[in-house]
Design a protein around this ligand. Structure first.
Ligand code: VGL
Ligand code: ZN
Length: 202
Protein backbone atom coordinates (compact mmCIF):
# COMPACT_ATOMS: atom_id res chain seq x y z
CA UNK A 1 0.00 0.00 0.00
CA UNK A 2 1.25 3.48 -0.88
CA UNK A 3 1.45 6.28 1.68
CA UNK A 4 -1.74 8.22 2.51
CA UNK A 5 -0.45 11.35 0.75
CA UNK A 6 -0.05 9.50 -2.55
CA UNK A 7 -2.91 9.57 -5.08
CA UNK A 8 -3.53 7.52 -8.22
CA UNK A 9 -4.96 9.59 -11.09
CA UNK A 10 -6.49 7.45 -13.86
CA UNK A 11 -6.83 9.42 -17.06
CA UNK A 12 -9.67 8.93 -19.58
CA UNK A 13 -10.04 5.12 -19.72
CA UNK A 14 -13.17 5.50 -21.87
CA UNK A 15 -14.68 3.52 -24.73
CA UNK A 16 -13.89 6.11 -27.40
CA UNK A 17 -10.15 5.81 -26.65
CA UNK A 18 -10.21 2.01 -26.81
CA UNK A 19 -10.24 -0.25 -29.89
CA UNK A 20 -13.54 0.27 -31.78
CA UNK A 21 -13.97 3.78 -30.34
CA UNK A 22 -14.16 7.10 -32.17
CA UNK A 23 -10.61 8.13 -31.27
CA UNK A 24 -9.15 4.70 -30.64
CA UNK A 25 -5.67 4.52 -29.14
CA UNK A 26 -3.74 1.41 -30.25
CA UNK A 27 -4.03 -1.17 -27.44
CA UNK A 28 -5.94 1.36 -25.36
CA UNK A 29 -7.78 -1.43 -23.56
CA UNK A 30 -4.45 -2.94 -22.45
CA UNK A 31 -4.31 -0.37 -19.65
CA UNK A 32 -7.42 -1.73 -17.92
CA UNK A 33 -5.85 -4.73 -16.17
CA UNK A 34 -2.78 -2.93 -14.79
CA UNK A 35 -4.91 0.03 -13.66
CA UNK A 36 -7.38 -2.28 -11.89
CA UNK A 37 -4.42 -3.73 -10.00
CA UNK A 38 -3.04 -0.25 -9.17
CA UNK A 39 -6.41 0.88 -7.77
CA UNK A 40 -5.91 -1.51 -4.87
CA UNK A 41 -2.61 0.10 -3.89
CA UNK A 42 -3.57 3.74 -3.36
CA UNK A 43 -5.45 5.48 -0.56
CA UNK A 44 -6.67 8.31 -2.82
CA UNK A 45 -8.08 7.38 -6.22
CA UNK A 46 -9.32 9.76 -8.89
CA UNK A 47 -10.71 9.00 -12.36
CA UNK A 48 -10.91 11.60 -15.11
CA UNK A 49 -13.50 11.54 -17.86
CA UNK A 50 -13.25 13.44 -21.15
CA UNK A 51 -16.74 14.94 -21.38
CA UNK A 52 -17.53 17.10 -24.40
CA UNK A 53 -20.75 18.83 -25.52
CA UNK A 54 -21.81 18.09 -29.12
CA UNK A 55 -20.74 21.56 -30.27
CA UNK A 56 -17.24 21.25 -28.82
CA UNK A 57 -14.55 23.31 -30.58
CA UNK A 58 -12.06 20.40 -30.62
CA UNK A 59 -14.22 18.38 -33.03
CA UNK A 60 -13.07 18.63 -36.65
CA UNK A 61 -16.65 18.31 -37.89
CA UNK A 62 -17.55 21.54 -36.09
CA UNK A 63 -15.05 23.35 -38.38
CA UNK A 64 -16.33 23.17 -41.98
CA UNK A 65 -13.64 21.84 -44.32
CA UNK A 66 -11.20 20.89 -41.55
CA UNK A 67 -9.71 17.39 -41.56
CA UNK A 68 -9.48 15.30 -38.40
CA UNK A 69 -5.97 15.47 -36.87
CA UNK A 70 -5.26 18.84 -38.53
CA UNK A 71 -4.17 21.72 -36.30
CA UNK A 72 -6.06 24.99 -35.95
CA UNK A 73 -5.35 28.19 -34.07
CA UNK A 74 -7.52 28.88 -31.02
CA UNK A 75 -7.37 32.04 -28.85
CA UNK A 76 -5.28 30.00 -26.38
CA UNK A 77 -2.88 28.54 -28.99
CA UNK A 78 -2.68 25.63 -31.44
CA UNK A 79 -5.33 22.94 -31.10
CA UNK A 80 -5.51 19.53 -32.81
CA UNK A 81 -8.96 18.95 -34.35
CA UNK A 82 -10.09 15.49 -33.30
CA UNK A 83 -12.73 13.12 -34.57
CA UNK A 84 -15.92 13.64 -32.54
CA UNK A 85 -15.38 11.67 -29.31
CA UNK A 86 -16.53 11.37 -25.69
CA UNK A 87 -19.77 13.27 -26.25
CA UNK A 88 -21.55 13.68 -22.91
CA UNK A 89 -23.89 10.80 -22.11
CA UNK A 90 -22.97 8.62 -25.12
CA UNK A 91 -21.58 5.08 -24.91
CA UNK A 92 -18.26 6.39 -26.19
CA UNK A 93 -17.91 8.61 -23.12
CA UNK A 94 -18.53 5.72 -20.70
CA UNK A 95 -15.60 4.20 -18.88
CA UNK A 96 -14.29 0.96 -20.38
CA UNK A 97 -16.64 -1.72 -19.01
CA UNK A 98 -13.72 -3.65 -17.50
CA UNK A 99 -12.40 -0.70 -15.48
CA UNK A 100 -13.01 -0.96 -11.74
CA UNK A 101 -14.74 2.36 -11.14
CA UNK A 102 -16.17 1.57 -7.68
CA UNK A 103 -12.87 2.27 -5.85
CA UNK A 104 -12.77 5.85 -7.18
CA UNK A 105 -13.14 8.61 -4.57
CA UNK A 106 -13.68 11.27 -7.22
CA UNK A 107 -14.57 11.36 -10.91
CA UNK A 108 -13.54 14.62 -12.50
CA UNK A 109 -14.99 15.58 -15.87
CA UNK A 110 -13.16 17.91 -18.24
CA UNK A 111 -13.61 19.44 -21.67
CA UNK A 112 -17.21 20.46 -21.00
CA UNK A 113 -16.79 24.10 -22.08
CA UNK A 114 -17.68 24.30 -25.80
CA UNK A 115 -15.01 26.86 -26.66
CA UNK A 116 -11.96 25.31 -25.01
CA UNK A 117 -10.40 21.85 -24.90
CA UNK A 118 -9.03 20.34 -21.71
CA UNK A 119 -6.36 17.65 -21.94
CA UNK A 120 -5.07 18.09 -18.41
CA UNK A 121 -6.86 16.95 -15.28
CA UNK A 122 -5.79 20.27 -13.69
CA UNK A 123 -6.27 23.04 -16.27
CA UNK A 124 -8.04 23.70 -19.54
CA UNK A 125 -5.82 24.04 -22.61
CA UNK A 126 -5.30 27.75 -21.84
CA UNK A 127 -3.19 26.35 -18.96
CA UNK A 128 -4.92 28.76 -16.54
CA UNK A 129 -8.62 27.82 -16.10
CA UNK A 130 -8.62 25.28 -13.24
CA UNK A 131 -10.70 22.09 -13.07
CA UNK A 132 -10.69 22.10 -9.25
CA UNK A 133 -8.61 18.93 -8.92
CA UNK A 134 -5.65 20.72 -7.33
CA UNK A 135 -7.82 21.97 -4.46
CA UNK A 136 -9.37 18.55 -3.94
CA UNK A 137 -5.98 16.85 -3.72
CA UNK A 138 -4.42 19.50 -1.46
CA UNK A 139 -7.37 19.48 0.91
CA UNK A 140 -6.91 15.71 1.24
CA UNK A 141 -3.22 16.20 2.04
CA UNK A 142 -1.94 14.70 -1.20
CA UNK A 143 1.62 15.60 -2.24
CA UNK A 144 2.52 12.72 -4.56
CA UNK A 145 0.77 11.50 -7.70
CA UNK A 146 0.97 8.42 -9.87
CA UNK A 147 -0.67 8.78 -13.29
CA UNK A 148 -1.89 6.12 -15.72
CA UNK A 149 -4.35 5.93 -18.59
CA UNK A 150 -4.96 7.42 -22.03
CA UNK A 151 -3.38 8.90 -23.92
CA UNK A 152 0.27 9.07 -22.83
CA UNK A 153 1.13 11.94 -25.17
CA UNK A 154 -1.97 14.12 -24.63
CA UNK A 155 -4.09 13.91 -21.50
CA UNK A 156 -1.59 11.96 -19.39
CA UNK A 157 1.37 14.17 -20.36
CA UNK A 158 -0.52 17.46 -19.96
CA UNK A 159 -1.73 16.30 -16.54
CA UNK A 160 1.77 15.23 -15.48
CA UNK A 161 3.35 18.50 -16.62
CA UNK A 162 0.72 20.62 -14.86
CA UNK A 163 1.03 18.53 -11.69
CA UNK A 164 4.82 18.94 -11.67
CA UNK A 165 4.42 22.70 -12.22
CA UNK A 166 2.02 22.80 -9.24
CA UNK A 167 4.68 21.19 -7.05
CA UNK A 168 3.40 17.61 -6.77
CA UNK A 169 5.94 14.77 -7.00
CA UNK A 170 4.78 12.98 -10.14
CA UNK A 171 5.30 9.49 -11.54
CA UNK A 172 3.78 8.08 -14.73
CA UNK A 173 3.25 4.33 -15.08
CA UNK A 174 4.03 3.91 -18.78
CA UNK A 175 3.10 0.23 -18.60
CA UNK A 176 -0.45 1.37 -17.75
CA UNK A 177 -0.59 4.04 -20.50
CA UNK A 178 -0.92 3.95 -24.30
CA UNK A 179 -0.22 6.75 -26.78
CA UNK A 180 -1.86 8.32 -29.84
CA UNK A 181 1.59 9.24 -31.26
CA UNK A 182 0.63 11.93 -33.77
CA UNK A 183 3.65 13.33 -35.68
CA UNK A 184 6.17 12.40 -33.00
CA UNK A 185 3.97 13.53 -30.11
CA UNK A 186 4.97 10.58 -27.93
CA UNK A 187 8.71 11.30 -28.07
CA UNK A 188 8.05 14.99 -27.43
CA UNK A 189 5.79 14.23 -24.47
CA UNK A 190 8.29 11.82 -22.90
CA UNK A 191 11.12 14.36 -23.27
CA UNK A 192 8.99 17.16 -21.77
CA UNK A 193 7.95 15.00 -18.84
CA UNK A 194 11.55 13.98 -18.14
CA UNK A 195 12.69 17.61 -18.35
CA UNK A 196 9.98 18.60 -15.85
CA UNK A 197 11.23 16.04 -13.32
CA UNK A 198 8.43 13.53 -13.85
CA UNK A 199 9.50 9.97 -12.99
CA UNK A 200 8.69 7.58 -15.85
CA UNK A 201 8.10 4.02 -14.59
CA UNK A 202 7.35 0.70 -16.22
C1 VGL B 1 -7.49 13.00 -25.35
C2 VGL B 1 -7.43 13.91 -27.44
C3 VGL B 1 -8.66 14.51 -27.25
C4 VGL B 1 -6.83 12.14 -24.31
C5 VGL B 1 -8.71 13.60 -25.11
O1 VGL B 1 -7.52 11.62 -23.42
O2 VGL B 1 -5.58 11.99 -24.40
N1 VGL B 1 -6.86 13.17 -26.50
N2 VGL B 1 -9.29 14.35 -26.07
ZN1 ZN C 1 -11.28 15.11 -25.89
Amino acid sequence: MQAPDHALIVIDVQNDFCPGGALAVAEGDAVVAPINALLGEFAVRVLTQDWHPADHASFADNHPGAAPFSVTQMPYGPQVLWPRHCVQGTAGSDFHPGLRTDPADLVIRKGFRPEIDSYSAFFENDRTTPTGLEGYLRSRGVTRLTLAGLATDFCVAYSALDAARLGFAVSVRLDACRAIDLDGSLATALAEMRAAGVTLLG
